[in-house]
Design a protein around this ligand. Structure first.
Ligand code: DUC
Ligand code: ZN
Ligand code: ZN
Length: 477
């Protein structure tokens, strides 16, 4: 397997005249890139145009670490229905690059009866030929047995330290008995369990009750998965992690109850981290209007969007540090032909929203431009913390020696969102009509300018698997 970023002669690049924004501060400075890595950062590097292969004039712009999206589902059969998402690793990573993402961590799914090592090898073969940005993947454990527990240590030490588990979703679900075992083994070897938390018994019961009462339209998806279902499972996962003495990351927190469980656990010293996603920060349960008919299917994801008080609670949790990262949970399905399969029965709607390209702009616009977050916190939430949480040593910072994964953003440039201006292989955007700032003018991956003033210049398959190290629970963001 090709892996990591190696020193190679890729020329030099000077990004001149911008404001460098990192998780710890912002300063007017130039950035010199050589051989794919950051060589120097400072106000006067003494480097002229003749000394480098290319100069980018970043006047008036912010130069920030490329976004790291640790939760994408590309070319992936999702959930109980097993419908495959609409983006492959080419269209999905192109969309990411246009949205300022330079690294993704996607998923490799263990088949029932199969090994995690097979899942890893198979998935690498799918991603590597297509990805235009760097990638890793979490292994999704669906079938816990002695063989799986025995292979985890080697996987963790060889660059696969994180394991996704679903506490619901048909045959992909694992029970508490298996979750405890996974936590214990992960904790022993430097692994991290990344958990989708919803109470499966309650979800199953509520779905059955809705269907029996004739409540079958797309809008009932939301009431079949209320916030209590998420808060209960979140608390249970955290308590089991505490019991096992292992770190845990809670995927896509959507509700004030779940966020409170995370904050309380962190306050008592549990090694728990959490993410939320843009859809939960700018959309609320008003998208599930029964009067909107099948259009509601465009917003069906799990967990669903919540009442507005939860949206405010999530912004507070991002600002006060009790949620540490924002990822997209990019799970794109076309409306026509995929989402519309469930117009008359919400259980037949594939769950998920497109979002890899709009993640940074949404957090930038609604977070930074609206004054809820500092620019430094934006960088922390979208790049630096994800790198630290998932063991990416070369990414997420602007320092000599780090991979030159950078975005150059004009903070005033605004784009009106339609499906047509975005690059995912889907026929709608949940954010149609929103005006968003924060799209990069230039996206740079290991020193290669891959979005050049709005034009895609990357070759299919140039992305590489990232180096990842075991997780130190004491070092969670
Ligand atoms: N939830 C979704 O809505 N889609 C992807 C997987 C998930 O957990
Ligand atoms: Zn999930
Ligand atoms: Zn997901």
């Amino acid at each position: 397997m090709r892996r990591g970023s190696r020193m190679e002669d890729k020329g030099s690049l000077l990004i001149r005249g911008g404001t460098v924004v990192t998780a710890t501060g912002r300063v007017p400075a130039d950035v010199l890139v050589r051989s794919g890595r950051i060589d120097a950062v400072g106000p006067d590097l003494g480097v002229g145009e003749a000394d480098v292969d290319r100069v980018i004039d970043a006047s008036g712009c912010w130069v920030m670490p490329g976004g790291i999206d640790t939760h994408t589902h590309l070319a992936h059969p999702i959930g109980r229905l097993g419908v495959t998402t609409a983006d492959d690793f080419y269209t999905g990573t192109v969309a990411g690059a246009f949205g300022g993402v330079t690294t993704i961590i996607d998923f490799g799914l263990q088949e029932q009866g199969g090994t995690l090592t097979d899942a890893r090898d198979h998935r690498f073969g799918v991603i590597d030929p297509d990805a235009i940005i760097d990638f890793g993947f979490h292994l999704i454990v669906t079938d816990v047995n002695d063989g799986v527990l025995a292979e985890m240590g080697d996987l963790i030490r060889s660059g696969f330290p994180s394991f996704k588990v679903y506490m619901t979703y048909g045959d992909k679900k694992i029970g508490d008995d298996d979750l405890i075992l996974l936590l214990e083994v992960a904790g022993e070897h430097g692994g991290l369990i990344y958990a989708h938390c919803e109470n499966d018994c309650a979800v199953t019961h509520l779905i059955e009750r809705h269907l029996a009462e004739g409540k079958t339209g797309p809008a009932y998806h939301a009431t079949s998965r209320p916030p209590e279902v998420e808060a209960e499972a979140t608390n249970r996962a955290i308590m089991l992690a505490e019991l096992a003495g292992a770190p845990i990351c809670i995927a896509h927190v959507t509700s004030s109850g779940a966020a409170r469980h995370v904050a309380d656990a962190r306050a008592r010293g549990v090694a728990v981290a959490a993410e939320t996603c843009p859809q939960y920060l700018v959309l609320d349960s008003s998208v599930y209007d029964p009067g909107a008919g099948c259009e509601v299917a465009k917003f069906v994801c799990s967990p669903p969007m919540r009442e507005h008080s939860h949206v405010d609670a999530l912004w507070d949790a991002l600002a006060d540090g009790s949620i540490q990262q924002v990822s997209s949970d990019h799970a794109p399905f076309r409306y026509e032909g995929q989402k519309t399969g469930g117009c008359d029965n919400f259980t037949q709607i594939p769950n998920g929203l497109p979002g890899i390209e709009t993640r940074l702009p949404i957090v930038f616009t609604e977070g930074v431009a609206s004054g809820r977050l500092t620019p430094e916190r934006f960088v922390e939430l979208t790049a630096t913390a994800p790198a630290r949480l998932f063991g990416l040593t070369e990414k997420g910072r602007i320092e000599p020696g780090a991979d030159a994964d950078l975005i150059v953003v004009d903070p005033e440039r605004e784009v009106e969102i339609t499906a047509d201006v975005l690059h995912s292989d889907v026929d709608y955007s949940p954010y149609e009509g929103m005006r968003l700032k924060g799209f990069p003018t230039w996206t740079i991956s290991r020193g290669d300018v891959i979005i050049d003033n709005g034009v895609l210049t990357a070759e299919r398959g140039r992305g590489r698997q990232v180096e990842r190290i075991p997780i130190d629970p004491a070092n969670l963001p």
